[in-house]
Each structure stands twice: as structure tokens, then as C-alpha cells.
Write a protein that binds this ligand. Structure first.
Ligand code: G3I
Length: 363
């Protein structure tokens, strides 16, 4: 290969020039290198069952992602399958993959109302000690101490539909056992276990120009303000970014104003689980791809214009493995794959990829 200055520069970004799967031409830039150039992050959730099994997928993930997050294996159900018995095998396998490919990693998630081991329900019965939170976080965040970019310490604590005055998810086993205090308990435990890793609060459905998303944004901001006033060590807000191109209206101004409210609090912002559901879209996949790409570009242009936004991780990288093709609310009744991520099921770039690349390049 003729190593022009451009190739050398790209090479220096520790990102091999990948041959685009759509043609023999070298990809001008991977999402990873384009993000690097703008001092932003691009990465993806790892489909653990395909890693190392599906070579095309494995190579794509190694080439395109600069930061990785485990889609499932760093949740409590996997890490502590039995009380006080920890298993980091699957998580360390991803860590080693990231190390081999010069990638960083973030943790998802320490405290969530889902993906908990079967024994937890009994352990939370009665008046449990907060050690059920602090000892787990001390063990897990301690295990990864100094090795992660960030943690989603608490995930999805807000659910205004449940009628709580502050909009908390009161059906959470953590809320039932400890009230809202579980959140600050978790963050203090995480800071004690790993002083240098960024600690994020992660939330879904904050993005839309609809009344219920506004309620979620308001409750989330109020909760963050309360916690920060109490000096709870929160470094950032994770905005999951599961958009729905044909179901939930999106408005640049509404989203931009929300990002500013968050950054005005001094918090970092990360788009943590970006994908764009195409359910209820037109039958023609070309049109759906175009609509998804257009929304992706608008959304990222707004996000990347806020100086506190650190970057974006997509929730998966190829349509072949997206959760949206398995999840009742979003899967197509006729069984076709949802077209929601930057790469197609055969690992080729899609219009969404091109839109994301252009957003990272600021072109
Ligand atoms: O691996 C087992 C497999 O062996 C078994 O045969 C199969 C049958 O039940 O289950 C498989 O585990 C599933 C796992 O995904 C791997 O596919 C679990 O049942 C299933 O509950 C799990 O769902 C994940 C879900 O979080 C719950 O952990 C989804 O893949 C994952 O995309 C989803 O991600 C969440 C984020 O963590 C938080 N934000 C929302 C996002 C989407 O729901």
C-alpha cells in the first residue's frame, strides 16, 4: 500500500484502514478514526455470543469501534450467578479482545431492576442491609479498578408512569428495599471502589419531542440536581438514545435544550445505546434506510455540538444481531430484520453509517 501522509495519519490512530465491505476501495475513515479525529468516542455494545464465532462480525467490531461495552455479561445475573460467587470469565474475554485491538471499555451496569440473579429477590426481602449493594459494587468495580473508561452505576431509576411524585421507578426491587437512597449508596460505593473511572447515571426515553419524554427529562434533571447538591459523585449522564423513527417525534431544539441543561450542571454526556427502530416504517427498505440515516445525522449533529458530549456507542454494530429484531415491541411481525444500526446483516455500510461518519467528520 502506498503509505501517503493521509494513510500514515490514519495508521497513527491505531486504526487499520479497513476495506469497505461494500467495495474493494479502502474506507476513507472508520467510525473509530473519524471519532478520534474529533476527540470523540465511537463504539458499540458487544454481541457476546457472536464474538470470535462470527469472523466478519468480529473483524468489523475490531476495526470500527474505539470503545466497547458488554450488551449483557457485565450485569449482575452473569457476574454474581450465586450469592457471593462471582464469575468474570465472559467479561474478561471482552476486556482481552479490547486490549488486543487497542480499544477501551465501559461497564454496564452495576445496579438495574433487570438482569439480576434469581437469588436476589429473597436477599432483598425484609429490611436488607445496604451491603447487598455496596459489597457487590466493591467487588465488581474493584475487580475492574483502573481498567474502564466509565461505569453505568445506576440504570433506569426513573419511571414517571408509576405515579411517584419525583418520577422514580418505584417497582424497582432496589427502590422497594431502600427507597431512592439506593442511588447515592451505589455511586458512593463505586467511587470508593474505583476513584478514577467516570461514573454515569444511564437513562432511556429522554430524547423525544413528546409529553412523556419531557416528564422523564424533568424527573431525571431534578434527581441529578438533588444528588449533585448532596455531593454524590456522579460524573455524567448516559442518554441511551433508542430512537424510533416512525413512532416518537424528535425535535433538534428540544434535544439541544435538554443537553444544555445537563451540561450546565457540569455533567459529561454520553450517548450510550444508540439505535433507530424502523418499525411502522414504509415497506421499502431503501426508504427506511434513508429516513433512519436522516434522523441519525440530525441527532448526532445536535449532540456533537454540545461540548460536554463525549461521543456515542451504538447498541450493537450490525443489524444481524440487534435486540430490536428480538424484542416484541419493535420486531417486524413478518420476521424481517430491523434495519437500525450502521452496518447491514452482511456487514456492509448502510446510509446510517454514512450519516454517522459525516456527523463525526463534521462535514
Ligand atoms: O444467552 C441466553 C441464551 O442462552 C438463552 O437460550 C436465551 C433464552 O432465554 O436467553 C439468552 O439470554 C438473553 C440475553 O439477552 C442474550 O441474548 C436474555 O434472556 C435476555 O433477557 C437478554 O436481553 C438483554 C436485555 O438488555 C436484558 O439484559 C438484551 O440482549 C439487551 O439488548 C438489553 O439491553 C438493554 C440495556 O441493558 C439497558 N437499556 C435497554 C437495553 C434494551 O433493552
Amino acid at each position: 500500500m502506498n503509505l501517503t501522509r493521509r494513510n500514515l495519519v490514519l495508521g497513527a490512530l491505531a486504526t487499520p484502514l479497513a476495506l469497505s465491505p461494500t467495495s474493494s476501495r479502502a474506507v476513507e475513515a472508520s467510525l473509530r478514526s473519524a471519532a478520534n479525529n474529533r476527540k470523540l468516542l465511537y463504539g458499540a455494545a458487544v454481541t457476546e455470543d457472536a464474538l470470535g464465532i462470527d469472523p466478519q462480525y468480529t473483524n468489523l467490531l475490531a476495526t470500527e469501534a474505539g470503545i466497547l461495552v458488554a450488551e449483557g455479561v457485565m450485569k449482575r445475573k452473569t457476574l454474581e450467578p450465586r450469592k457471593n460467587q462471582y464469575d468474570f470469565t465472559k467479561a474478561e474475554r471482552i476486556w482481552r479482545f479490547a486490549q488486543r485491538n487497542g480499544q477501551i471499555m465501559r461497564g454496564h451496569t452495576l445496579v438495574w431492576h433487570e438482569a439480576n440473579p434469581f437469588w436476589l429477590k429473597d436477599a432483598l426481602a425484609g429490611k436488607p442491609s445496604d451491603k447487598i449493594i455496596t459489597e457487590y459494587i466493591s467487588k465488581v468495580a474493584g475487580h475492574f479498578r483502573g481498567r474502564l473508561h466509565s461505569w453505568d452505576v445506576v440504570n433506569e431509576a426513573i419511571e414517571p408512569d408509576e405515579g411517584n411524585d419525583q418520577g422514580y421507578r418505584v417497582s424497582s426491587p432496589w427502590y422497594e428495599a431502600f427507597g431512592p437512597d439506593y442511588i447515592e449508596i451505589a455511586f458512593h460505593a463505586a467511587r470508593n471502589a474505583d476513584p478514577d473511572t467516570l461514573l454515569f447515571y444511564n437513562e432511556l426515553n429522554l430524547e423525544g419531542d413528546v409529553w412523556w419524554a419531557e416528564k422523564r427529562r424533568s424527573a431525571t434533571l431534578k434527581m441529578l440536581e438533588t444528588l449533585l447538591k448532596k455531593n454524590v459523585p456522579i460524573d455524567g449522564l448516559g442518554i441511551q438514545s433508542h430512537l424510533k423513527a416512525y413512532r416518537v417525534r424528535y425535535d433538534d431544539g428540544v434535544f439541544s435544550a435538554f443537553l444544555k441543561e445537563v451540561s450546565d450542571m457540569g455533567l459529561r454526556i454520553l450517548l450510550t445505546e444508540f439505535d433507530i427502530a424502523d418499525i411502522d416504517g414504509p415497506d421499502d427498505p431503501v426508504q427506511r434506510d434513508a429516513d433512519v440515516a436522516s434522523l441519525a445525522r440530525r441527532y448526532l449533529d445536535v449532540a456533537f455540538s454540545n461540548p460536554n458530549v463525549q461521543g456515542c456507542l451504538t447498541w450493537g454494530i450490525t443489524d444481524k444481531y440487534s435486540w430490536l429484531s428480538r424484542y416484541d415491541n419493535y420486531m417486524w411481525p413478518d420476521g424481517r430484520l430491523s434495519r437500525v444500526l450502521p452496518f447491514s446483516e452482511d456487514m456492509r455500510t448502510k446510509p446510517m453509517h454514512d450519516a454517522m461518519l459525516a456527523a463525526y467528520q463534521g462535514s
